[in-house]
Design a protein around this ligand. Structure first.
Ligand code: PEP
Ligand code: MG
Length: 902
């Protein structure tokens, strides 16, 4: 029965059978080709082998039963439709074999063109092309080159060197000067290269070519660079790729043929208009590889008006249909336009906001959809600074602003060197003539990417945009010499290690370091740029979408801030309170001495004196923050880190004492300090005497802080202001700890507050796994919970916060044990489960219990969605992340609309 099912399983879909919603099964490319076919656009006929076939192949190492027969049947119908047969020596059908996963991975997966050519059919192709021998031999050498490289791992440079040799022999540096004889010679050389590396002849049987190419696409799913890209983009590793087999059309049949890439709007700025590149007499990979210089798409109007008009019409139809920016690959074969690919196009962060706003204006989407189309990572990117330019900085070159932002770093010329220097903490700019997928690791490591060749659609540009990295491409004044590790520009030489600055918005390249200034989006959040008055389309779009996010979100957003200045900035950025005021920094600086006195106190009285000296200082700290927040809730956390963190390091102190003793100086005080530091030394201080434990061990410490908080609130209220303090106890693991602290705190509060009307809540952090698991008990004593997901991650995984990221996370990421550090994005299944349990059991014990989160995850886009789902009341994050959290909270609300019962 099982075997029967496998045989019957449908693994191959004709383009006419699919549609754009079948991306899981047909991959993005296949689903969109099907959609265009059904829209009546001129797509070359073909079929798609499903991702399920790929998964089955990867699981067993062989094609699933039934696949070969289905391919055969679809091939036959393709042959019928085209009136040509694969391998026919007189008039061969040629096909391309392209990968197409659910998410596009530019340059990651493989393509083989011209499958079906061999020593005999190359002659037939030449006669079909009107005796164009050059074209036929060029097509054949492309097949051997691509097939060799992508299917059989023949080193690509060997083919490239052979082309260079042929050009040198001909005395030219232009591929187009190679004639049919030269190319026939190249085919011979290529075949030898192929045989040398593979130990076999280049396969002459078209069906074998096809099967090997399909298998290579399947296998490329697990190629190292694909794995790196997926991890980087958080794409699940088990989706598999589909394979598209498409009848070939040719853009390299002469001046009336060509190929190009088009965008329905500018993917850089979002501006409306015609954007793209066109290359006459060329095949598609020539454009994407950026090997030859393209002309702007508008030129096509002059070259071939009919095709141009048709293309514009299709672009309008696609945009109308997809209701979004589309990018398109097309080929013109002898004046006939073919649509080879479309997809909802990648865009810069700025373009994402601007286009979403435009589409609302055009009535194509509503504001909910606009909100869904942008994200917090993009917003964060727009908050990066830009170059501060005045006439002192003259660019030395201008390329294409391929991916915006301002990047400054040392020039490096290889991916490996970029990775090396970045690991040493250096900012680097990867400079290449053009990039290819082998440069991926270097691109990830670099601050920015600079290339001397290639347009907005070159590999460097597309990949950098996807990563949100600054990129200038096609700066053709640069003479890049990779082996010599330098480039020359404007009569100057820039060697490895020299600093360059690149502007990915304008495409300008500067030597040396250019200072940077804040983004206009930050100025808008700061309130120095008025969205109603500016004509900056980005700021207007951000304002509009943020306003909608605020209207839709259920989660409140607070900030982690512990100074008046931070609190003020957080408010400007839209914070609705402070979710975490860490008090430890208040014990540093010139207050260290008081802390030393506290620690060294030999009895109650000395300790009380030290605490009494700290009290007014603490009170002032809180007054300042309460004033800034003026009635918004402020969660003040009682001191958390181990006390010895406020003392000098043991080694340094020991040396100082030894030296002073040597000199015969009076060291009684230092010796006492040293003894205290030794006494307090812990092997695992993060698991030691800190948080509530410290509060229970050092009499009067928490009491002093509670008093300072209550007195500060009363001071502010008596001065006509408003204050809503929430006292938070850190590191609680058992309800008894909280009860003890609370009993003392309530007495002090009652005494201080009197009839002032000030109300002080007392709650706890949930950051120890035991607290999460006994949340029902703890809730009896807590008026609120705030999840400390930093510690909860540390203790949930047993990962030392301070050590593991540098020590071994790289390996865990490499192995895919997790796709992103759990300190950065909440581990939903493990740590998230603790949060869920605590939220549910806490609320069951105390209905309406206020719940928030104040670990770093509060500002992480993905984690914000989780906190929305779990039903927290607020997230709290660093002030700069507040807008990101507001946006993501809005998106989470819109995305769960209808299913959200809360
Ligand atoms: C936490 O543990 O998540 C937290 C917010 O506290 P801290 O980072 O100060 O330990
Ligand atoms: Mg903590």
């Amino acid at each position: 029965m099982a075997a029967q099912e496998t045989v019957d399983h449908k693994y191959v879909y004709d383009f006419a059978e699919g549609n754009k919603d079948l991306k899981d099964l047909l991959g993005g490319k296949g689903a969109n080709l099907a959609e265009m076919t059904n829209l009546g656009l001129p797509v070359p006929p073909g079929f798609t082998i499903t991702t399920e076939a790929c998964k089955a192949y990867l699981a067993t190492g062989r094609q699933p039963d039934g696949l070969a027969g289905q391919i055969e049947a679809h091939l036959e119908s393709l042959e019928r439709e085209m009136g040509r047969r694969l391998g026919d020596p007189d008039d061969p059908l040629l096909v391309s074999v392209r990968s197409g996963a659910k998410f596009s991975m530019p340059g990651m997966m493989e393509t083989v063109l011209n499958v079906g050519l061999n020593d005999r059919s190359v002659i037939g192709l030449a006669s079909r092309a009107g005796g164009n021998d050059r074209f036929a031999w060029d097509s054949y050498r492309r097949l051997i080159q691509m097939f060799g490289k992508t299917v059989c791992d023949v080193p690509g440079e060997e083919f490239e060197h052979a082309i260079d040799d042929a050009k040198r022999a001909k005395g030219t540096d232009n591929d187009l000067d190679l004639d049919a004889d030269d190319l026939r010679g190249l085919v011979d050389t290529f075949k030898k290269i192929f045989a040398k590396h593979t130990g076999r002849e280049f396969p002459q049987e078209p069906r074998e070519q096809l099967d090997l190419a399909i298998r290579a696409v399947f296998e490329s799913w697990n190629a190292e660079r694909a794995v790196v890209y997926r991890r980087q983009e958080r794409i699940p590793a088990d989706l598999g790729t589909a394979v598209n087999v498409v009848a070939m059309v040719f853009g390299n049949l002469g001046a009336d043929s060509g190929t190009g890439v088009a965008f329905t709007r500018d993917p850089g700025s979002g501006a409306q208009g015609i954007y793209g590149d066109y290359l006459a007499n060329a095949q598609g990979e020539d454009v994407v590889a950026g090997i030859r210089n393209t002309v702007p798409l508008e030129e096509l109007e002059r070259i071939d008006k009919k095709s141009y008009d048709e293309l514009l019409d299709y672009m309008a139809r696609l945009e109308e249909h997809y209701k979004d920016l589309c990018d398109i690959e097309f080929t013109i074969e002898r004046g006939k336009l073919w649509m080879l690919q479309t997809r909802v196009g990648k865009r810069t962060a700025a373009a994402a906001f601007v286009i979403a706003g435009q589409l609302v204006d055009e009535g194509l989407i509503d504001l909910d959809e606009a909100l869904h189309r942008v994200n917090g990572a993009q917003l964060a990117q727009l908050m990066f600074p830009r170059f501060q330019l005045d006439h002192e900085y003259e660019p030395v070159a201008k390329g294409i602003g391929a991916s915006p932002g301002a990047a400054v770093g040392k020039a490096v010329f290889t991916s490996a060197r970029a990775v090396e220097l970045a690991a040493e903490g250096e900012a680097v700019i990867l400079v290449r003539r053009e990039t290819n997928p082998d440069d991926l690791n270097g691109m990830i490591a670099a601050q920015g990417i600079l290339t001397s060749r290639g347009g907005k659609t070159s590999h460097a540009a597309v990949v950098a945009r996807g990563m949100g990295k600054t990129c200038v491409s096609g700066a053709d004044e640069l003479q890049v010499d990779v082996p010599a590790k330098r480039f020359r520009v404007a009569g100057q030489t820039v060697s490895e290690g020299d600093v360059v600055s690149i502007d990915g918005t304008t495409g300008k390249v500067y030597l040396g370091e250019v200072p940077v200034m804040p983004s206009e989006v930050v100025q808008y959040f700061e309130g120095t740029l008025d969205a109603e008055r500016t004509d900056d389309p980005l700021v207007r779009a951000v304002h509009r979408i943020m306003t909608h996010a605020d209207a839709k979100r259920r989660l409140a957003v607070r900030a982690n801030a512990d100074t008046g200045a931070d609190a003020a900035r957080a408010r400007r950025f839209g914070a609705q309170g402070i979710g975490l005021c860490r008090t430890e920094h208040m014990f540093l600086g010139d207050r260290r001495e008081l802390v030393e006195r506290l620690i060294l106190a030999s009895g109650d009285q000395e300790r009380q004196q030290a605490l009494a000296a700290l009290l007014p200082l603490q009170r002032e700290d809180f007054v300042e923050i309460f004033r800034e927040m003026d009635g918004l809730p402020v969660t003040v956390r009682l001191i958390d880190p181990p006390l010895h963190e406020f003392l000098p390091p043991l080694e340094q102190l020991a040396v100082n004492v030894a030296v002073a003793q040597e000199r015969g100086e009076d060291v009684a005080k230092e010796e006492a300090l040293l003894a205290a530091v030794r006494r307090m030394h812990e092997e695992n201080p993060m698991l030691g005497l800190r948080g509530v434990r410290l509060g229970l061990v050092i009499p009067g410490l928490f009491a002093m802080q509670v008093r300072a908080i209550a007195e500060a609130a009363v001071t502010v209220v008596r001065a006509g202001g408003s204050a809503c303090p929430e006292i938070m106890v850190p590191l609680v693991g058992a309800v008894q700890e909280l009860e003890t602290v609370r009993a003392e705190a309530e007495k002090i509060i009652a005494e201080v507050v009197g009839d002032s009307g000030v109300e002080v809540l007392i709650g706890t952090m949930i950051e120890v796994p035991r607290a999460a698991l006994t949340a029902g008990q703890i809730a009896e004593a807590a008026q609120f919970f705030s999840f400390g997901t930093n510690d909860l991650t540390q203790m949930g995984w047993g990962f030392s916060r301070d050590d593991v990221e540098g020590a071994f996370f790289w390996r865990y990421l490499e192995l895919g044990i997790f796709g992103i550090s759990p300190f950065e994005s909440l581990d939903r299944e493990g740590v998230g489960r603790l949060v869920r349990i605590a939220a549910e059991e806490g609320r069951a014990a105390r209905p309406g219990l206020k719940l928030g989160v104040c670990g770093e995850h509060g500002g992480d886009p993905d984690s914000v969605h989780f906190f929305h789902e779990v039903g927290l009341d607020y997230v709290s994050c660093s002030p700069f992340r507040v807008p990101v959290a507001r946006l993501e909270a809005g998106r989470a609300a819109v995305e769960t609309q209808g299913s959200d019962s809360r």
